[in-house]
Design a protein around this ligand. Sequence first.
Ligand code: SF4
Ligand code: SF4
Length: 276
Amino acid sequence: MRKRFACSYDRIELVITYACNLACNNCDAMVPQAVSGDRMTVEQIEKFIEESIEKKVHWKHIRVLGGEPTLHKDIFIFLDLLINYKNKYSPNTRIILVTNGHGKVVNKRISQVPKEVEIENSNKTSSIQPSFSPINEAPIDIVEHKKKDFSKGCWIPSLCGITLDMHGYYPCSTAASIDRVFGFNMGKKMLPTKLGELERLFPKACSLCGHFVEKANDLAKEDVITKDQVEKFEKIHKEKFAETVKDNELYEQVTSPTWKKALGRYKLRKPVLNRY
Ligand code: SF4
Ligand code: SF4
């Protein structure tokens, strides 16, 4: 039976921009599907750090992503603020910049990133990503999945951690993008630290998300809730994830009926969400 996943509240991804210099099919930040100029501000990153210190959160990792994060005009201010948090408060935190490594501008910025920041570079060369999941194929539009228990989540918030974008905290970056397209306005405005706080968004978000039916979820042989369970699953995932996507052949954008409607509405009128 499909196992249950929880968010790791000691890991986080910051989606600082929805702009990118590529336009990949099935992008799970929905960069080309739902174009947006929204981006995080310096004040929001400062607020995130203040909250982290106030709530005594020593992040295991802070992954900075987008869109393409190096294209944010304030990227180096953000990195300096995060490095300052690491140096003064949480020396074991890994700060990771997740980039597509594509093009001159991006590569120039990568070369200027301070040494305290790790670079995770996917070195993309085109907008076709066959190994991606069909993110805009809603499980509720697929007969064999429409009645699944969506409150079980998926492996992503367990391993990548929770997400913060300009609209608040979410269980994962895909949920943040689902929110900006559907306009649920469900981003939490205060840093959540307890099990259940963000998992309660799973039923709505996962019912719309192509990651819910990924084969990688079946690598879990028990629920992935506690730290021990997450670490155990992380090992298996490292060894076997490549196997679960090796037969993916996604050469085109896939958009199921529920998404077609939502993206159509988005193009006519972009929902306005409260900001973090
Ligand atoms: S590089 Fe990444 S963020 Fe940019 S469009 Fe492709 S998948 Fe989306
Ligand atoms: S919204 Fe998608 S990525 Fe997030 S927990 Fe649900 S299935 Fe996973």
